[in-house]
Design a protein around this ligand. Structure first.
Ligand code: HEC
Length: 168
């Protein structure tokens, strides 16, 4: 009867010592993995850097509400990534879209209308596009009906500027 608590204690010690190396392995793995992901991920800009980028836009876009634009962009996110080096999904990656020629992301299969487009994206062009893509480029592959509210479009454009541009 007396041997039992000792046996339990030994068992406990054995389990504890066995568990230790694998516990350490588990806890060190996610830590180092998150460090490497952080290093590989594009740098998240500070709020001040984002505001400075939005301030570069002409009026009325420079008055856009980034936080509201982010909420509105949720619908666009189904088809677009914003980060540098982000994947093309149903729609092309939008990093660097301001100042970029329309239809020019390498490896993305644009509609014929978009391939033929000869303009560069700026806030005003984006406004027109988001309001009603099919009215701007006939036969576009962007199956998004459009955003009717002008203030909403300003906010989305401000958000896009803050997420797709390198800080100054
Ligand atoms: C259902 C998927 C889908 C949704 C939702 C969508 N897009 Fe697109 N987007 C596309 C596709 C596809 C194209 C390419 C259009 C073409 O080739 O005609 C595109 C093109 C674009 C372009 C031009 C990119 C370039 O390289 O010239 C911009 C800018 C853009 N989308 C912004 C937006 C914004 C902002 C929203 C949300 C308000 C949005 N998109 C919602 C699929 C989508």
């Amino acid at each position: 009867m007396r041997a039992l608590p000792i046996a339990v204690a030994i068992l406990g010690l054995t389990l504890a010592s066995c568990g230790k190396p694998s516990d350490e392995g588990q806890s060190s793995e996610p830590a180092s993995a998150s460090e490497t992901t952080e290093a590989a991920e594009p740098v998240e800009l500070t709020d001040a850097q984002k505001a400075a980028l939005v301030a570069e836009l002409p009026a009325p876009y420079n008055g856009g509400d980034i936080a509201h634009g982010k909420q509105l962009f949720a619908v666009c996110k189904a088809c677009h990534t914003l980060v540098q080096g982000g994947a093309n999904m149903t729609g092309p990656n939008l990093w660097g879209v301001f100042g970029r020629k329309a239809g020019s992301v390498a490896g993305f299969n644009y509609s014929d209308g978009m391939k033929a487009a000869a303009f560069t994206w700026d806030a005003a062009q984006l406004d027109k596009w988001i309001e009603k893509p099919s009215a701007m480029i006939e036969g576009t592959k962007m199956t998004y009906a459009g955003m009717k509210d002008a203030k909403d479009r300003i906010d989305v454009i401000a958000y896009m500027k803050s997420e797709t541009s390198a800080p100054k």
